[in-house]
Design a protein around this ligand. Structure first.
Ligand SMILES: [Zn+2]
Length: 333
């Protein structure tokens, strides 16, 4: 793609002083998980990093930014915290179990705070997000020698080849998610048994322990719908239900990170969200970008198959390019 070529060329020109060239005074990296293992329920939907790659990212970010905790981030945004460098707030989405076993120990060793935005529906592995189910099914398709022809019929697929089938399964959305249960039966995948054996998500006890250790556990909606596909009423139901869960259980209830994306989420949602005066801010994941909603902060997806250094340099280059054409602020109507 032409756009990629231009961005790569511009990124190569970025100086090594990223802290200086970074166009905003805050950097908000976003991860989902970190693992040296092959995770069938994640690997087809997220390009997560190894522990070594993750530590390299953290070391790079630490060189140019000052990692802050939730209190400092809040104080910073209200002008009451004066950092030595530009700040970085580390965030994770989805509440995967590696946060307890792998990530938290690394962060404790390095003295870095992080907030994990979770879905209460999946705590204690009561259920699995539909994208993870799709990833498991795509995995099963890959491994199976023969595929029941009924599966192609059920998905109204003309082509009967595995890559087409995998692609179709991975394109199933939140509203269509019940289809996955039928497919699982035909592909002999047992989501419940998988959950019980591998425990992909954090348990309630682990969330409590993480909170006591000083990490943030905050809202990512109840069960991970795409907000632009919901009515305002549905958006508020899933948001409010999660807020109440976090507050009742002593977690970090004052923030919210959009599941998937805040793309095409309208101003009316933010107006409604911030009527709750206990909500301090929300987070999207559009990269280095400004937002007409001043309390909606955009984070940088770090699982793009590249090093943190390459991703951040590209983000800076892309921001500068968009600035030239006045397109670095998301406008909401
Ligand atoms: Zn998510």
């Amino acid at each position: 793609m032409m756009k990629d070529k231009i961005i790569n060329a511009l990124a190569a020109l970025e100086t090594d002083n990223l802290g200086k060239s970074f166009p905003l005074d805050y950097c908000l990296p976003l991860y989902h998980t970190v693992s040296d293992q092959d995770l069938p329920h994640i690997r087809n939907v997220i390009r997560y990093k190894t522990t070594k790659q993750f530590e390299q990212d953290l070391d790079y970010i630490s060189q140019h930014f000052q990692f802050v905790d939730w209190r400092e981030f809040k104080d910073f945004t209200s002008g009451n915290f004066k950092p030595k460098k530009k700040i970085a707030l580390l965030t994770f989405d989805d509440g995967f179990s590696e946060f307890y076993d792998i990530i938290a120990p690394i962060l404790e060793r390095k003295g870095i705070y992080a907030c994990n935005f979770i879905n209460p529906a999946f705590v204690d592995n009561q259920d699995m997000m539909f994208r993870c189910k799709a990833s498991l099914l795509a995995d099963a398709v890959e491994k199976k020698k023969t595929i029941d022809p009924e599966i192609y019929v059920a998905l109204s697929l003309g082509d009967t080849d595995k890559p087409t089938l995998k692609k179709k399964i991975l394109s199933i959305n939140y509203q269509e998610r019940d289809i996955l249960n039928g497919l699982a039966e035909k592909l002999e995948v047992d989501f419940k048994a998988y959950s019980a054996e591998y425990k992909p998500y954090l348990s309630f006890e682990e969330l409590k322990t993480l909170t006591h250790k000083g990490f943030g556990i905050s809202s990512h909606s109840w069960d991970h719908p795409k907000y632009k596909d919901l009515s305002l009423k549905e958006q508020m139901e899933t948001t409010d239900q999660t807020f109440a869960y976090l507050k009742d259980n002593g977690f970090l209830y004052e923030s919210f990170a959009f599941p998937f994306t805040d793309f095409q989420v309208r101003k009316e949602f933010f107006d409604e969200l911030f009527k709750n005066e206990e909500i301090f801010c929300s987070f999207g994941c559009a990269g280095v970008k400004l937002d007409s909603e001043k309390r909606n902060f955009q984070r940088i997806p770090m699982e793009m198959g590249e090093s943190g250094e390459a991703i951040l340099k590209k983000e800076v280059a892309y921001f500068k390019l968009k600035k030239l054409i006045n397109k670095n602020t998301i406008l909401r109507k």
